[in-house]
Design a protein around this ligand. Structure first.
Ligand SMILES: [Zn+2]
Length: 463
């Protein structure tokens, strides 16, 4: 992470000025003023390179919040290989937005490169002159650190991040940020009869894990906890219903994007001591066509006793999530939210620029989630959740089947999961967890989707 230090006066030559009015700036000399003034109104981000250094001016007048993040990205493109610079922005909100765009743009996943040292961006220190408080800046950096962690996990291949390692990751972060982490291993999962998770794990050489993360500060504003559930399929071959490789199985290391999202969220909440009681559950396994792999036609008895006819072993996410959602009921939660890279249908419907969500929770939660998505630009678009779709999940020989009809696959998957939730429920299908081409400050590869969304959702609820 880039180091950010609040200072009173500028000492460095490289500078970025975010301002509504060019003539106001005491940090520009006469020549610079003349240069920037000409294009100030039409060009929102512009820069001037001289022998002394580089100067950026960002026009913040009446800009929507995401344009300030995007300005952070644009400035970063030019500055990433300059060691340091000063950012001058009195307005606290704009400063925090700019830092968000800039620092997210600086994320790199270089672990597996031999020449990582040459590839790493040179920028490593920012001085900031701003009305934003130290506390606000630290909170923002903690949130971005959590997004970085979520991105790292999604970018890691299963050759490193298997079901055991992901649980260890959670444990390490729990110790650092002071939230409780309890890991159930295979024998415990067997004794609990988590049939869905065990069925998916049958074809794997690596045992499944089930992790409970709990952040319960003494000053929590909610009496009943919010429970998050994240899909932790650390690799998805499709199982016996094997996926093709190109543009499919080759990216299935990302199928634990939901787990990264919920753990990243709880990590950020704990680091920033947000007064809200949140629990995150992650069922983790890979899905492989190994020796005793579960098979299409199998009937599985789930953790809550529901029987499920398996018609496609590639619809494994709902099998592991269903057990975790049923487990969430025991906390008598205010709300259950799951996040999962669940269906291709959601990607076909909306592409990768947003996630989709649906649910039966109170309108105030549904609206707040959508609004938070707009504000953070970590967006969610709402889909209907009518009971007609439930019909498609009825089986001829069991209580449910794990496959719906050819249409609205993201909704039938949600209706399947809703069956297991005895409390108000929201389902998030993370179609935007991974990008095959770079997009703005989200970069290429893992996006950390949902972390900024859910963190700010709970922060708002804690007020
Ligand atoms: Zn699958």
């Amino acid at each position: 992470m880039i180091q950010v230090t609040k200072v009173k006066n500028r000492k460095r030559n490289n500078k970025v000025i975010l301002t509504d009015e060019i003539l106001d700036s005491k940090n520009l000399n006469a020549e610079e003023k003349k240069f920037f003034k000409r294009k100030f109104k039409t060009n929102k981000v512009q820069f001037l390179k001289t022998t002394k250094g580089i100067t950026f001016v960002v026009n913040t007048k009446k800009e929507p919040s995401d344009n300030i993040r995007t300005a952070g990205f644009k400035v970063h493109q030019e500055l990433k290989n300059i060691k340091n610079c000063t950012i001058i922005c009195k307005n606290a909100t704009n400063m925090l937005l700019f830092l968000e765009g800039f620092i997210l743009s600086n994320y790199q996943f270089l672990k597996y490169f031999g020449d990582a040292k040459e590839k790493v961006n040179k920028i490593n220190s920012l001085h900031v002159i701003t009305n934003a408080s130290d506390k606000e800046i630290t909170a923002q950096l903690n949130l971005l650190k959590s997004v970085y962690w979520a991105k790292d996990m999604v970018n890691e291949p299963v050759s490193y991040l298997n079901a055991i390692r992901i649980a260890e990751e959670f444990e390490t972060k729990g110790m650092e940020a002071n939230f409780n982490v309890d890991i159930f291993e295979q024998t415990k999962i067997e004794s609990l009869k988590m049939g869905g998770l065990l069925a998916v794990n049958q074809g794997s050489e690596t045992p499944a894990t089930f992790t409970i993360m709990e952040y319960k500060p003494k000053n929590a504003v909610n009496k009943k906890p919010y429970v998050l559930v994240g899909k932790g399929v650390v690799y998805d071959t499709g199982g016996l219903s094997l996926k093709p490789t190109p543009n499919s199985m080759d990216f299935m290391k990302t199928d634990m994007g939901g787990a990264a999202c919920v753990s990243g969220t709880i990590y950020a909440l704990a680091l920033n001591k947000i007064p809200v009681h949140v629990i995150a559950l992650v069922p983790a396994t890979d899905n492989r066509p190994g020796k005793n792999a579960y098979a299409p036609g199998d009937v599985v008895t789930m953790f809550d006793g529901t029987t499920v006819e398996v018609l496609n072993t590639d619809a494994e996410g709902r099998m592991v999530l269903a057990d975790a959602i049923a487990y969430a009921n025991k906390y008598k939660p205010e709300l259950i939210i799951d996040a999962a890279t669940l269906t291709g249908a959601s990607v076909r419907a909306v592409g990768v620029k947003t996630a989709v969500f649906m649910g039966n929770a109170k309108e105030k939660y549904m609206k707040l989630l959508e609004k938070t998505g707009q504000e953070t630009h970590d967006r969610v678009v709402r889909f209907p959740f009518w009971d007609e779709w439930k019909e498609e999940m009825k089986s001829d020989i069991a209580d449910l089947k794990n496959l719906g009809g050819p249409y609205a696959g993201m909704i039938t998957a949600g209706k399947f999961l809703e069956h297991f939730a005895e409390f108000p429920y929201i389902h998030i299908d993370l179609s935007n967890a991974y990008l095959h081409s770079a997009n703005n400050y989200n970069g290429k590869g893992a996006t950390g989707a949902g972390v900024r969304l859910l963190y700010n959702f709970f922060k708002e609820l804690s007020n």
